[in-house]
Design a protein around this ligand. Sequence first.
Ligand code: C2E
Ligand code: CA
Ligand code: CA
Length: 878
Amino acid sequence: MRSPRLLLVEDDPANVRRVRALLRDCREDFEVLHADRLETALALVTTQSIDVALLDLTLPDASGLDAVRRVCAAAPGLPIVVMTSVDDEDLARRAVEAGAQDYLLEGAIDPPLLQRCLSYAVERKVFEAQLRHHVLHDASTGLPNLRLLLEHLEAAAQRRERQGTPFAVLSISLDNLRTITASYGLALGDRWINEVALRLSALIQRGDTLARVGPEHFIALVELDEPATVLRLAVRIQQDVQRRDLLDGEELFSTASIGITTSDTQHERPEQHLRDAIAAMGQAREQGGGRHRIFDAPMHEHMVSRLRLDGELRQALRADQLEPFYQPLVWLHSGEIAGFEALVRWRHPTRGLLAPAEFLGVIEEAGLMPALFERLLPRVLAQAQAWQQDGRPALLINVNLSPSQITGPGLATLIAEQLTRFSVAPYSLGVEITENLLIEDDDATAAALHRLRDMKVRVLLDDFGVGYSALSCLHRFPIDGIKVDRSFIARLGAGEDGGAEIVRAIVNLAGGLGKSTTAEGIETPEQLRFVRALGCELGQGYYFGHPRPAHEATALLQRGRTDGPSPLLPPSPRVAPGHTRGRVLLVAIDGGLHERLESLGYEVLRAERADAVELAALEQPEVVLLPLGEHDLDDAELCRQLRDAAESGAISVVLLTELPEDHPHTLALIEGGGSDVVSPRTPLAVVCARLDSQIAAARAGARLRRIAMTDELTGVFSRRFLFGALRRTIKSLSRRGPGGVAILLVDVDHFRRVNDTEGQLAGDRLLARIARTIDGCSRDTDLVARFGGEEFVVVLPDVEEAGARHAAERIRERVEQRCLSTVSIGCALIDHVPVALMRESEQLDRVIETMLREADEAMAAAKRAGRNGVVFKKLRFD
Ligand code: C2E
Ligand code: CA
Ligand code: CA
């Protein structure tokens, strides 16, 4: 082993002698080189291999810290110990800060101290070098890391400045690394990266730098003679990365996206070159990966404007220039405004109103989405509250959430707080999220959605159908509804095939799963007709209105209220009385359901729990919607009594409960007489479908029972039953206020002659046929009974004079056409049933008898008038 080589830098000959003497007495045998000026010292450290320097701080050509710095710069790896006089200890300390490893005070040095000091200096320098390596290199590949790269970039920029040496920066991304680690694990991914790093290093010249700055991200900094070489290098790198490696029997490879920039672009700070290269790489990736892009002027322009936008946006958020606009959501059944989707707009001080496409991307990149939401939500809810205070039923208010926000901290809390603050019912608020978010099947996402759902906020899947796994999401996540993407709606009626089938499939599927459906982007009447016919619940689109500022939305709502049911759609044909979609009794249900069902064509009755049974007995609804109460027993009993209140056999009870359908309590009630179960979250369209099927069942049941209660011959009611039905009808009419009732007596002309000439069998057949014909002319709510012999009675509730005349005339005509026979009809009508009748049953019976008698007399008059005619009598009871 050679002796350590020491450079002594000292101009004072006496000091030089003293130090040499001390060194001779040291444990180690130093080989001493001497320089009496800094100039000489610098020449030596750069040409000779020296292990340690002992440096005086007062030299003829340099003094103090300057000497230390220059030696450090010339020989970065050289350990330095400085010597100074006792009064200058402070200077010595600063020398250590400037890069020396230790100091000695002249006159206080002995051989052991000198030896120890020099050894420590060497050790410390080695340790520092290790540390430096550690801090400046990537642990896995050993390549320089970002910090070292920046140092090298700084140096390259300086060389470019001083000597005009151009350079290029290549930002290299391995496009598939994430997939590789996801499929084969981190360890194998890491080994593969090391292989690739090794190969790439081999492509880089000595003096150039290959750094690893992220898991899949490398940067090459190369000195450049001409642009073509950089491009050749980029291509070589791409080929190399794409080479297939066989590791542990797995074939691994990736494409590389490369962004390139050269020192031709002027920048103040070196790291700006890096930023350009990375931006170009981003573009290469966006274009599909596996390609390279050179940073150019338009890209630069784009970045500069982005940066400016970023700054402006932060300012805009603070200044509340971002504002919700409101686009109407419309109930497709009735055309009424159901609510609004809030869509953000930027009132830019100079550029005017900007749509989200112009700035949302920047907001997302800058991580400002949560800030935007925090600003918008209170404004939107304050608006919802204002609309509510105008006395309207709660509107649906939808807001958009960016996917990145869903799992963010505090989202649920923020929403809950703001709902409370503005007293807005949770179900009023819908959050729209895009389904792409859900393909990751992330537990955190599911948990976040469940939190919202538990709060009873509606969760909606936006842009449904364009994403990946759309359908499976509906099962896996707590979703209340979907919004069918407008690209599908656009294809409806545009002469393109397939669109209709897709929309139909989506709506059917979602409906079947109990999800509400909204059709987005309705622009034409044909599109509206189509989605309406499909049973889509809600619609949205320019046909109904563009997104508009709050005050215009308010105006729209006001018009909606004063101009009748719909300012937007031709009003749906008013449901003729007696031809309702069904008669529904809502028990203890407040809120807007009542109006909404009415607007959808139902006749709606309302009662509290206490008077529900009485009302049901009186009004004979076809279906009851009964929310489960607090006590199981009450529910079961109430359910039973409601069913029993039916006179003609069938009142269905649909239970409204948060409990699942297979909950023991629900099951028990279903067994005990409940017909179906819906939840408060079941979309209205689905509730309607369920009600409709119960109503259909109730009507079928009623018909069955009618048949069972009468003779085989005519299939109409007995006289006894008729009386009960008449009582009930008149009572319920008087309860509801003005409303008429008519009784028709229908007598078959010349019936005896038929019997006599063609036989009784033919007579029976004729009667049955006439009964069927009359029955076929009547509405579901009418009553047809055989009054005796060849006489029938028809009761028409809820008619006026014109309606009754029309009904009678129709029966006469049809019988004439279809039965080759004629009838004489007498009609008695009251168009106003006094309220008092409801309580006085004796009086009521008297009214009924009077009506029957008057109808009978009218019929006799019709016969006298030559048969095959109608005579009409209008009665009053006051
Ligand atoms: P989106 O949620 O799908 O919103 C519907 C977009 O379709 C809106 O564009 C709306 O103006 C437009 N639109 C509505 N009806 C029609 C139509 O009949 N035809 C056509 N061609 N377009 C129609 P907008 O307002 O430009 O918003 C674009 C997107 O920006 C939204 O798409 C949403 O994803 C996002 N966005 C808007 N506001 C916010 C917000 O406050 N937060 C978040 N995170 N995203 C928002
Ligand atoms: Ca939306
Ligand atoms: Ca959408």
